[in-house]
Design a protein around this ligand. Structure first.
Ligand code: DQA
Length: 151
């Protein structure tokens, strides 16, 4: 059974209590459940990880590239949090690892502050999704699976 990796970056461990008017009241445990259910319905296994550290995300992207090359992983759903708007290193990691990435944001970043409108991830992502709340992680898992299987 192939895996889909779901990576969450800085501050997403605070889901549920962090700005609920923006991010809702569901927690990271809910994200994991939603991803597990979406993956299972597609015959896949979801693995969810969260870190507050840029270097850790980069290491995980590199690992994902190797797992993809070995046929164990279909790709990554990535919510890099604020690193989306700042990290050229993450941009380079995705490009270098040649791993299919769906960029995801819980909130509609384009309807928010101007500093959230630019993403260093988008130019190297296979797809970009935003604003569907926590449920959107499941949509992103399905979208990635459909994309890599050519459906
Ligand atoms: C976010 C949007 C980012 O701008 C913000 O820094 C986050 C979360 C989202 O999921 O909506 O941490 O990626």
């Amino acid at each position: 059974m192939k895996t889909v990796l779901v990576l969450n970056g800085p501050n997403l461990n605070l889901l549920g209590t962090r700005e609920p008017a923006v991010y809702g009241s569901e927690t990271l445990a809910d994200v994991e459940r939603i991803c597990a259910e979406a993956a299972q319905s597609l015959g896949l296994r979801a693995e969810c990880r969260q870190t507050n550290y840029e270097g850790q995300l980069i290491d995980w992207i590199h690992e994902a590239g190797r797992a993809c090359a070995q046929g164990e992983l279909i790709g990554v759903v990535l919510n890099a949090g604020a690193l989306t708007h700042t990290s050229i290193a993450l941009h380079d990691a995705i490009k270098g690892a040649a791993v299919p990435v769906i960029e995801y944001h819980i909130s509609n970043v384009h309807a928010r502050e101007a500093f959230r409108h630019h993403s260093w991830i988008s130019p190297v992502a296979r797809g970009v999704m935003a604003g569907f709340g926590v449920a959107g992680y499941g949509l992103a898992v399905s979208a990635l699976a459909g994309m890599v299987s050519g459906k």
